[in-house]
Design a protein around this ligand. Structure first.
Ligand SMILES: Cc1cc2nc3c(=O)[nH]c(=O)nc-3n(C[C@H](O)[C@H](O)[C@H](O)COP(=O)(O)OP(=O)(O)OC[C@H]3O[C@@H](n4cnc5c(N)ncnc54)[C@H](O)[C@@H]3O)c2cc1C
Ligand SMILES: NC(=O)c1ccc[n+]([C@@H]2O[C@H](COP(=O)([O-])OP(=O)(O)OC[C@H]3O[C@@H](n4cnc5c(N)ncnc54)[C@H](O)[C@@H]3O)[C@@H](O)[C@H]2O)c1
Length: 463
């Protein structure tokens, strides 16, 4: 059996593992990465963020084409199939893998392909199959193994009409009707994608609101727009059983309702990839969702082992995973790094898109912070009229005495980009963070950024 030794071994080549590896290497450590997959990029590139965002982009482009009368000079409205949009996604995945693989080779970080498991807290066995086994000795170890869709035992995911968010990428035919169970981020994003492909979508939500952690007005706006596009949302419904047949699936709900569709997508929760790591050998245990507990420096309870990314639980975002990986390896190379755990923005790629950072109205009300609201409706900006994307709103929440920006909530086309303008101001210290910035600086015209000026003036006029 081969044996090699490194300062740092990272398990998982997703966003968290990649950024941890690059950062440690740049600071002079010898680093190796282990991943089950032949290709780097993690679930983010192969199953999660990249395919879903590419699918969403293609579907959204097609919707714009179908909606804009100018394009009728070229062709009648048309629909793409799931396979067609998936081909574009596969192409993007390939390009991402090539780019990311170059990061590893240029920085001289070897990748060991195979299943990693602990032998003790300094030794990892990499099982590459076919007698290819390697033992890696490491001074420090970072676990960045991510998550996979949680699969309840009573749902048969081997049935061709039953999918989770990984398997859905293998779908060959566009269904006429789909039931999506779970209305978290994945459920809502796929509801938008399938709705855009012309499918009838039943979005079944075990909760009483879509994305209830969002600002209530934004959550309501999402429900309104999804419904107006034809998505049937059913709140407060719980899964009872699923009967997959040759020609359809039947979902039985605890309320006694029975829903029928061509396919069923389970989008309710994820589980940490820890069960094959032999954690006990390293003195570690995972919680019942397979996640690991860490302190604010991403240290597990075993002193030389760190954990980052989705495997440590919320916020479970690619964006945060990149930062967590860098933070953890900065601790290892003894370069203190800002912790980057406050005010993580959310970008939710429904159609229309949602993005927010900072406090919601209900959080500010509960904390008895005297805030005021400034709003800009996209329909009142020239840019939105030009692009035809005029459904949406930018809402700024600010302290009515100090004018400090406390929360930014945006709904509509490009919301995830628009948000970062305000985030930059919100992150300023002391008097640098003021809503007045938007009223006293000139914005390019016509832009969506101009919505900040409109919202700031709207808010200041309320004082
Ligand atoms: C459908 C979907 C859409 C998403 N959209 C977004 C989005 O728009 N924006 C956003 O910020 N986030 C999004 N996310 C979340 C994002 O994908 C994750 O936060 C991110 O992938 C987490 O990165 P990670 O490095 O922790 O792990 P992952 O990307 O999960 O990678 C972990 C890697 O570890 C490997 N591994 C696991 N166990 C072992 C083992 N024992 N041995 C060897 N290798 C192992 C796996 O093969 C995998 O390659 C989405 C997720 C999903 C599912
Ligand atoms: N645009 C984006 O940023 C984006 C897009 C898609 C997914 N994601 C990330 O992926 C993660 C998963 O999204 P989601 O929509 O599946 O989930 P979610 O976190 O919204 O959860 C959906 C429901 O499943 C439950 N649940 C979670 N894990 C479970 C488990 N192991 N067993 C039983 N129930 C469980 C949750 O409590 C919740 O009620 C999220 O944390 C999200 O941040 C992000």
């Amino acid at each position: 059996m081969k044996k090699e030794s490194f300062d740092l071994v990272i398990i998982g080549a997703g966003p968290a593992g990649e950024s941890a590896a690059m950062n440690a290497k740049k600071h002079g450590l010898s680093v190796a990465v282990v991943d089950l997959r032949k290709n780097v990029g993690g679930n983010c590139t192969h199953k999660g963020t990249i395919p879903s965002k590419t699918l969403r982009h293609s579907v959204h482009s097609m919707m714009k084409f179908n909606r804009n009368p100018m394009f009728r000079n070229i062709s009648d409205p048309t629909l793409l199939t799931f396979r067609q949009v998936m081909e574009t996604a596969e192409d993007v995945i390939k390009k991402q893998v090539n780019m990311r693989a170059r990061f590893y080779s240029r920085n001289d970080v070897p990748i060991f392909h195979g299943l990693a498991s602990f032998q003790d807290n300094h030794h990892i066995l990499v099982d590459g199959g076919q007698d290819e086994q390697t033992i890696l000795h490491a001074d420090k170890i970072i676990i960045a193994t991510g998550t996979r869709p949680y699969q309840p035992a009573d749902v048969d995911f081997t049935h061709p009409r039953v999918f989770d968010s990984d398997k859905i990428l293998t779908l060959n035919e566009t269904p006429k009707r789909i039931i999506i169970y779970g209305a978290g981020v994945i459920g809502c994003e796929y509801a938008s994608i399938f709705n855009g492909l012309g499918c009838k979508v039943d979005l079944v939500n075990p909760g009483d609101k879509l994305l209830s952690y969002m600002d209530a007005e934004i959550s309501d706006a999402l429900s309104y727009h999804l419904r107006s596009l034809g998505v049937l949302i059913r709140h407060n419904e719980s899964f009872l059983s699923l009967e997959p047949n040759d020609d359809k699936v039947v979902l039985n709900l605890e309320s006694g309702k029975l829903l029928k569709a061509d396919i069923f997508l389970w989008a309710n929760g994820r589980a940490g990839n820890t069960e094959k790591l032999n954690l006990a050998a390293a003195g570690l245990t995972a919680n019942k969702r397979g996640q690991l507990d860490v302190d604010e420096l991403y240290r597990t309870t075993t002193p030389n082992i760190y954990a980052v990314g989705d495997v440590i639980g919320p916020p479970a975002l690619a964006s945060a995973s990149y930062d967590q990986g860098r933070c953890a390896s900065s601790q290892i190379v003894d370069k203190a790094h800002p912790l980057l755990i406050e005010d993580i923005p959310t970008g939710i790629y429904t159609i229309p898109e949602i993005s927010s950072v900072g406090k919601t109205e209900s959080e500010l009300t509960a904390a008895k912070i005297p805030y005021e609201i400034g709003k800009a409706y996209f329909k009142d900006t020239a840019r939105a009229k030009i692009t035809g994307e005029d459904a949406g709103m930018l809402k700024l929440l600010f302290h009515r005495e100090t004018l400090e920006l406390l929360g930014i909530h945006c709904f509509g086309d490009q919301a995830a980009e628009i948000l970062h303008i305000g985030q930059a101001i919100m992150a300023q210290e002391g008097k640098g963070n003021t809503i007045e910035y938007f009223a006293t600086h000139t914005f390019n015209y016509p832009t969506m950024a101009e919505a900040y000026r409109v919202a700031a003036l709207n808010g200041l006029n309320r004082l």
